[in-house]
Every structure is written in C-alpha cells, then in structure tokens.
Design a binder for this molecule. Structure first.
Ligand SMILES: [Zn+2]
Length: 335
C-alpha cells in the first residue's frame, strides 16, 4: 500500500491569531503524524501551485480577482468569519493544487490512497463567493478536473458544517455525487433533506441533517442504510472525502458526538465501495483531538488501524431522518 500526503510549511502563511482556523491546526496534526507508528510508510509530496485557468473552471472571475486583489495588498477580511492574508492567492492555490495532484495520482494508480493536509479549507466556497473560513473550493476544483477524464466522483463530507459550496457547484450534475452528514440547524443553514439536486442532478445530492448529540451509532446506521447503498449503485471511480474533524464530540464549533476512532471506521466502510480514496482537510478546531482523528483515518488508509481511549454519550435517535431521506430519494435509488 502507498499513501501519499501533501503538506507544506507555506500553509502556515495563512494565519490569524485567535481565529479557530489558524496555522496551529496543521502544526499539531503534523506533530501527531511524525510520532505515529506508520510515519515511515507515508510518502510526502510537495504541492504544486494550481494554474490560474483551472480556478476559472469552478469560480467566477470576480471572486478570483477579489482574492487576488486583497492578498496583494496585505491582510484583510472577506466577511466576518473569513480572513485573507498577504500571498493567500498563492497559498490557497497551493492547497487546491496539492489536492488535485493527489487525486490524479490515486486515480492513475501512482498511490493507493492519499490525504491532503492543506489549508485554507474549501467546502463552503461557492462558485462566486469565498465564505466560512474558505477561499477556493479545493475539493470541487479537484472533482471538476477529474470529471473531465470521464470519471464518476463521490464526495463524502463528514464536517459538522454542511458543505454548501460543494453541493451547489455540482447541484445539476450526475457525474459528481455529493453526500453530507452535518449538524442542523447550524452554519451555513443549508443541507436540508429536500435538497437533492436539480435537473439531471436530481438524486445526486444526499443530505443527512443530524440533531445535537448524534454520534457514532447514528452515523453508522445512516452509512449502512442510506449512504453506502446509494454509493454502491452510483459506483464511483474515486471517493473524495471532505475530512472535517469538527464533528468530533469535543469540538468548540460542533455539536455532534463522533469519537476519534470513528473517523477511521468511516474510511473502512467507504473503502468497501471504492478503495481509491483521497481525503482533504476541512474543519476541526480542538487542537487536543484533531491530530488523533487524523491518525485514525491515516491508520485505516495504511492498513494499520490505531485506536484511542475516547468515548462520548450520544443521542441515537436517527430513524426519523433515515425515513425522510428514504421517502425523498427512493425513486432514484434502491434504499
Ligand atoms: Zn466545519
């Protein structure tokens, strides 16, 4: 097995002290990776800058120009949540470019699976707006590029927040499926069960809005009864995972109750659908736990599962959500 990792110290240039999405996040994760039992098995890859023209195939000219202008002038804010640093036009393209390299490598069997340890994150960035700590939509840019090779892509998003940007970029397409678990209601407010796609994309967006306190058992049931059966019928050529560790029970911006071991268990379940998996970092803000969540996923990817002493009391009530999703999507899929 080969597992490639994209990482660069340059991602630390995107930083705002006191902001939850700060440079410390990747530093603590890398420290955890360095002391892991499988560190020598990982293959580190230097990210390459995403070409400007590739950005234009997902994002609007105005949005790209806005980031370019702000980052050339110094540090500033796009909205109340989202900061832009000097040279972020390069840093954000390095994050997107790094993920795209890994996707191509896994798709073309130069690596079995891969993890993009990149910042800034991306899943809230829409076609024409940077928001929610995200500048460019890394996972959408990669999925869109791979789709040009005629491949089918499943994006599975387990961040505690709904990936509104990713959802709407592919809302009218049937070659890129978007599946998400997220706390609801919660930022950014989207991700209702009735949001299933439009036109030929109907049935290719699957949302599971979860209640405060749902954890491993609820998500496990959703995977077994909804997400995996649909994914199997969709039969993706590659799975991209928006790895948000803010669905861990300890997260300051969360409300779900997943334990660190469960992040690896989700990978194990998805590997049964398609072993070609590339994860990309989204949220996750508890510096004591995000490294362990990452190790749980990487351990599964290198076939050396790691467990941690970590538990949470959860609300297992998820049947109403499963029933509603079934009603909404059973005309498209056997569920
Ligand atoms: Zn999040």
């Amino acid at each position: 097995m080969t597992t490639q990792i994209v990482y660069s110290d340059d991602f630390s240039k995107h930083n705002s002290i006191g902001h939850p999405e700060n440079a410390e996040r990747l530093i603590v994760m890398m420290n955890e990776v360095k002391k892991s039992s499988f560190y020598n098995e990982l293959k580190f890859v230097e990210p390459e800058l995403l070409p400007e023209e590739t950005l234009f195939s997902v994002h609007s000219n105005e949005m790209i120009q806005q980031i370019k202008d702000i980052s050339s002038q110094g540090n500033s804010w796009i909205d109340m949540d989202t900061y832009v640093c000097e040279s972020d036009y390069e840093t954000a393209r390095l994050a997107a470019g790094g993920l795209l390299q890994l996707c191509k490598n896994v798709l073309h069997e130069k690596s079995d699976n891969a993890f993009a340890l990149v910042r800034p994150p991306g899943h809230h960035a829409t076609r024409d707006r940077s928001m929610g700590f995200c500048l460019f939509n890394n996972v959408a840019i990669s999925a869109n590029e791979i789709s040009k090779e005629g491949k089918k892509i499943l994006i599975f998003d387990h961040d505690v927040h709904h990936g509104n940007g990713t959802q709407y970029i592919f809302y009218d397409r049937k070659d890129v499926m978007y599946q998400s678990i997220h706390l609801f209601p919660h930022y950014p407010g989207t991700g209702d069960i009735s949001e299933i796609g439009t036109g030929v994309g109907q049935g290719y967006t699957v949302n599971a809005p979860l209640i405060h306190g749902n954890g491993n058992n609820a998500v496990s049931k959703l995977l077994d009864e909804i997400f995996l059966p649909i994914a199997k019928q969709f039969s993706p050529d590659i799975i991209l995972i928006s790895s948000g560790f803010d669905s861990h029970h300890s997260d300051i911006l969360g409300g779900l109750k997943l334990t660190s071991d469960f992040f690896g268990e989700m990978i194990a379940k998805l590997q049964e659908i398609q072993p070609k998996i590339v994860c990309t970092l989204e949220g996750g803000y508890n510096l004591n736990w995000i490294g362990k969540c990452l190790i749980s996923q990487l351990g599964q990817m290198v076939s050396q599962p790691v467990t941690f002493d970590d538990s949470a009391i959860e609300d297992t009530d998820v049947e109403p959500v499963i029933d509603k999703i079934r009603n909404e999507l059973n005309k498209y899929w056997k569920i």
